[in-house]
Design a protein around this ligand. Structure first.
Ligand code: ATP
Ligand code: MG
Length: 180
């Protein structure tokens, strides 16, 4: 499984629709301060269901929508699509390519799509939970996170290993069953 393409429109500093094609191996995103490098990883985190505006470096979720610049008006919605190559079948869905889309409007309306079909956030979370590609997973390690992992308490560190080992899904199901 690998990230094949990312399409961003109206998300943070990306007012125009842009597409980034990735190839297997290492890709480095370079650019001056404030040019939007971190906004690219924010877009990946967001499309995978991130709900915390703070962890996307904003105050409210609306802040992910392009807010305008000297030469451009603000936009009314943001949309990100992530396309994964799934030829190895790591994601348990019978497609060799999987697309995930998230859209949000200033009015607060929002949508998630899996292979262009409307779905719930839960469908996306469940699908990626054990693939190593959830929003909590370690496919994205942000600035400061390495220190945080090294300095965390034993219990917190255990939950990191549990997620990586794929047992988190069962723990969450157990917790849900106990609540019923
Ligand atoms: P650094 O090298 O300092 O880490 P960076 O390349 O990671 O920089 P980002 O943090 O990705 O830069 O981008 C910051 C830019 O994105 C700022 O100029 C900010 O104004 C812009 N930005 C963030 N949210 C929005 C928004 N909603 N609308 C328009 N621009 C935005
Ligand atoms: Mg940055």
């Amino acid at each position: 499984m690998f990230l094949k393409r990312l399409e961003i429109m109206g998300f943070k500093s990306f007012a125009d629709r842009i597409g980034i094609d990735f190839v297997p191996g290492v890709t480095a995103v370079v650019g001056p301060n404030g040019s939007g490098k971190s906004n690219v990883t924010d877009a990946i985190r967001w499309v995978l269901g991130e709900q915390s505006a703070k962890s996307l470096r904003g105050a409210k979720m609306e802040d992910v929508i392009f807010g305008g610049s000297d030469s451009r008006k603000a936009l009314n919605f943001a949309e990100v699509t992530l396309i994964l190559d799934n030829t190895d079948g790591r994601v348990p869905l019978d497609y060799s390519e999987i697309s995930v889309t998230r859209r949000v409007f200033r009015s607060g309306e929002s949508a998630y799509l899996l292979n262009k079909q409307n779905c719930r956030l839960k469908d996306i979370t469940d699908l990626f939970m054990d693939s190593g590609l959830g929003k909590e997973a370690f496919s994205i390690i942000s600035q400061g996170r390495v220190d945080q992992i090294l300095n965390s308490k034993a219990e917190e560190r255990r939950s990191i290993f549990e997620e990586a080992a794929g047992v988190l899904k069962y723990k969450q199901r157990k917790r849900k069953a106990e609540l019923k």
